[in-house]
Design a binder for this molecule. Structure first.
Ligand code: SAH
Ligand code: SF4
Ligand code: F3S
Length: 481
């Protein structure tokens, strides 16, 4: 737990504090009293389950929810048959939405057995008015709905939900507030995500994120560095700096700071051995950043650089602000500076108007760049985005065929690239015991590749030398040197 404030400092007999985060600590204390009452009545501590359905930024938010629930007197459990269950939702593609409705049905089943169960929904999907409308009308057993802008108020909302019947709905359209110093739990003791900015200003024409996460807001560098120092003191070795477009970090601060400058300062923090970040937008990738990465001993040899499409025509329609040639030029410059860097990407297939020629250009870029791995997505129409109004030319079958061709190409290239490391010795941060084979442990190389190796539980959290004995395409088998 890295809550900076102690809950005991807040006395709930006193007046409700107006300032944050004090106000939230006041409500955590109220929840704790409620939890004590629950325990006296039921002979057990109330349980809670947090389900993360989104990206790394949502995952970090989920850790904050867990931290607040623990401070509020709940025992966290993995299964969804808990007294309090919260889904932290994603809405980037339509199928992310559909999953939520399916899983709500399962929760309803649990609630029939435990009528006092409290069901909550938060995250990006809740920022869409049509969704909230549908849930309040068709899923009346949901007790609490809030969005991305007021997540810092979770303790207050939780207290309202447990002490009141009916559905509590609190959605804000935007927020300038960045509330620091709330409790947070970490999934891993040795690595952690660190938000450096929130929201996005890029408005890629297919993307809903700017609408549900709001305008770009950077945290002050000193607050970020303080958090990293606290994490390092708590045993964290690897940090992942998080933002939708980390390359534009700090531009709108009163005293502007570049992302490269922030990285340089983070690198000075003792105890931190690895630094990762995501996501980099190609349009804002600076020479200064490449230079800092080249000089660094801690920044991992990995850059996730979403391409989206290899056709300059489609990139323009996507409002990505770079061309195919500029993207290729960037990768060339990056590899000239850091030859062993892994470059990974995101690609969308079937954007409105994408022709066979456009798709061939994407294939061409994939063959030229030889990505170490790529996430491939079928274009998903998101209501309210400019692309939703664009004409769609290719048929479903055509798009699916393109997707399969791309996936095959991406996988073949990734496997070829991975083979180059077979037999090599690499530093691996061992993360956890392998779920399929309990004799193996799983870790990551600096370039983010996964390695499974036999060992003992004390390796977890250590960065060790591993010989990569066999490349299995997407991962390696290795042995401790
Ligand atoms: N901020 C990051 C991406 C966040 S969303 C960036 O710009 O790189 C993660 C990925 O989801 C995107 O890179 C894109 O490839 C994909 N994506 C976003 N909206 C989509 C949509 N409407 N349909 C299909 N894929 C989408
Ligand atoms: Fe979406 Fe583009 Fe912002 Fe990424 S940069 S979150 S793809 S709008
Ligand atoms: Fe999804 Fe929201 Fe992340 S829409 S991808 S969880 S920012």
């Amino acid at each position: 737990m890295c809550g900076v404030r102690k809950i005991e400092e807040i006395n709930t007999q006193k007046e409700l504090p107006a300032a944050e985060p004090d106000r939230q600590f006041y409500f955590m204390e109220k929840c704790r009293k409620w939890a004590k009452g629950f325990e006296a009545e039921n002979g057990r501590v109330p349980t809670a389950c947090v389900v993360n359905m989104g990206c790394q930024m949502n995952a970090r938010d989920s850790e904050k929810l867990v931290g607040i629930l623990e401070e509020s007197g709940y025992r966290i459990k993995e299964s969804e048959d808990a007294d309090f269950v919260i889904f932290n939702t994603c809405t980037v593609r339509e199928n992310a939405n559909n999953k939520v409705y399916g899983r709500l049905g399962v929760l309803h089943g649990y609630k029939k057995k435990n009528p006092d169960m409290v069901i909550a929904l938060c995250g990006c999907m809740m920022q869409e008015p049509a969704v909230v409308d549908k849930i309040t009308r068709s899923y009346p057993f949901v007790n609490l709905i809030f969005g991305t802008h007021n997540i810092y108020k979770f303790a207050e909302l939780l207290y309202t939900a447990v002490s009141k019947r009916g559905t509590v709905v609190d959605i804000w359209e935007s927020s300038d507030n960045i509330v620091e110093d709330l409790p947070s739990e970490r999934k891993y003791p040795f690595k952690s995500g660190v938000n450096i900015m929130f929201g996005c200003n890029n408005f890629c024409s297919y993307c809903i994120v700017p609408y549900v996460r709001g305008r770009e807001r950077s945290r002050e560098a000193k607050d970020i560095l303080n958090e990293i120092e606290t994490l390092a003191a708590d045993g964290v070795k690897e940090i992942m700096l998080l933002g939708q477009n980390v390359n534009s970090y700090g531009k709108n601060l009163k005293n502007p700071v570049t992302f490269a400058q922030l990285l340089k300062q983070a690198e000075q923090i003792e105890g931190i051995e690895r630094i990762r970040f995501m996501t980099s937008h190609p349009k804002d990738l600076s020479d200064e950043l490449i230079e800092v990465m080249k000089q660094s001993k801690k920044i991992c040899k990995h850059l996730h650089l979403p391409l989206q499409s290899g056709s300059s025509r489609i990139l323009k329609l996507m409002n990505r602000n770079y061309t195919k040639e500029q993207y290729l030029g960037l990768v060339e410059k990056l590899r000239a500076a850091i030859p062993d860097i892994a470059v990974t990407t995101d690609i969308i297939v079937g954007f409105p108007g994408e022709t066979e020629e456009d798709f061939e250009e994407t294939m061409e870029v994939v063959c030229k760049v030889k990505f170490d791995s790529a996430f491939t997505f079928l274009y998903s129409k998101r209501t309210g985005t400019p692309a939703a109004k664009m004409e769609d030319h290719a048929s479903k079958e055509e798009v699916k065929q393109r997707f399969d061709r791309l996936l095959k190409k991406v996988q073949t290239i990734a496997a070829e690239k991975a083979m180059a490391y077979e037999g090599a010795i690499q530093k691996v941060l061992v993360e956890h015991r392998n779920e399929q084979d309990g004799r193996l442990f799983t870790g990551r190389m600096s370039n983010n590749a996964i390695v499974h190796l036999p060992g003992t539980a004390d390796l977890i959290g250590q960065i060790i030398d591993v010989r990569l004995t066999e490349c299995k395409g997407f991962y390696y088998l290795g042995e401790v040197c």
